[in-house]
Design a protein around this ligand. Structure first.
Ligand code: UDP
Ligand code: MG
Length: 321
């Protein structure tokens, strides 16, 4: 049976909130009055997350679980969920209830208005009770990303989005390993629409995104979607050459007039500046080189360790073995 809607939920160490989340997802699904399923992806949790998923799958026919073999990260976990989902539409939603499951109905309705929309993405109107530092960095980051990206990526959107089957298939078919979904979804095209909503505070537990992980996501985002940082190196290099030529002219002029040329301080300043810039540019080059290295290896994005067997699946599996 193909459900109309699949909820795809990445979960990493979410034992504090997961039971409650599953209840709310099921309630929201039932309120749709349509067929639905809840695909819970355990991204290598070290707590009781998988036990809770397994138990929910046993208790509710709509719930299915996929367990990854280790912690692959938020974006790969979403990909695992997209591959497991069977729905005509797929709604990606966080396990911590920051994105209200009850919006599934309105988003689905939106997707079916004027000729149909392939992507309805949640756009945060407010982010209740997140620290001002997180809000400020998110704000700066999304705007900076847009300035650098070759294609615009909508501001203030996360991974809370409803996608049609063909968008999901397009994402799965993409060959690359680097998965910054917010960018990739924009890249695949089709008709896309923003859906403003208020982001709730985390229902329980701690954020799984440390500053280090956020920085990694930011670097991934910029380098996946833009060659501009690489080109920036060329402009900086050109600027540096131009300035050097002026300084050289000035030095030669002073020398010709018999002045004592250049103090130690200015010398050091110039050296430090050049050194810093070269390191920066090498870093940018290294980043892209690293990406090529990772893509060249063609490793899978994630590895599934086990899945929960719902009644229907068990039958299929028994028939195959
Ligand atoms: N998550 C995941 N793998 C990870 C980190 C996070 O699957 O390595 C999940 C997490 O369980 C949650 C979602 O991704 O459902 C978003 O994470 P979180 O709420 O910690 O991030 P924040 O909302 O604070 O940005
Ligand atoms: Mg969260």
């Amino acid at each position: 049976m193909i459900p109309l809607l699949s909820f795809v939920v990445p979960c990493f160490n979410e034992e504090d909130v997961l039971r409650h989340s599953v209840d709310r997802l099921l309630a929201a699904g039932r309120a749709l009055g349509e067929t639905f399923e809840v695909v819970l992806v355990d991204d290598g949790s070290r707590d009781r997350t998988w036990a809770i998923i397994d138990e929910s799958a046993r208790g509710h026919a709509e719930v299915r679980g996929v367990r990854l073999s280790r912690n692959f990260g938020h974006q790969p976990a979403i990909m695992a969920g997209l591959e497991a989902a069977r729905g005509v539409y797929v709604l990606v939603i966080d396990a911590d209830l920051q994105d209200p499951p009850e919006l599934a109905g309105p988003m689905l309705a939106e997707a079916r208005t004027d000729g149909g929309w392939d992507v309805v993405f949640g756009q945060r109107r407010s982010r209740a009770e997140e620290t001002w530092l997180k809000r400020a960095t998110a704000r700066v980051f999304y705007r900076m990303l847009n300035a650098l990206a070759d294609r615009p990526i909508p501001v203030d959107t996360g991974d809370f989005r409803l996608m049609s089957r063909r968008v999901v298939e397009a994402l799965i078919a993409l060959p690359e390993r680097g998965r910054y979904l917010r960018g990739l979804v924009g890249w695949v095209g089709f008709r896309q629409k923003a859906f403003p909503y208020d982001r709730a505070p985390r229902a329980a537990g701690q954020t799984k995104y440390s500053w280090g992980r956020m920085l990694a996501l930011a670097v991934e985002a910029v380098t996946s979607f833009s060659l501009r940082p690489l080109r920036l190196a060329i402009w900086l290099g050109g600027l540096q050459l131009g300035v050097s030529a002026l300084v050289l002219a000035w030095a030669l002029f002073s020398w010709a007039r018999g002045h004592v040329v250049a103090g130690w301080t200015s010398m050091i300043c110039v050296m430090l500046f050049i050194g810093g810039m070269q390191t920066l540019i090498l870093g940018i080059l290294g980043e892209y080189l690293g990406k090529l290295f990772i893509e060249a290896k063609r490793r899978p994005i994630f590895i599934v360790q086990e899945t929960t067997a719902s009644a229907g699946d068990a039958g299929v599996r028994a028939a195959n073995t």
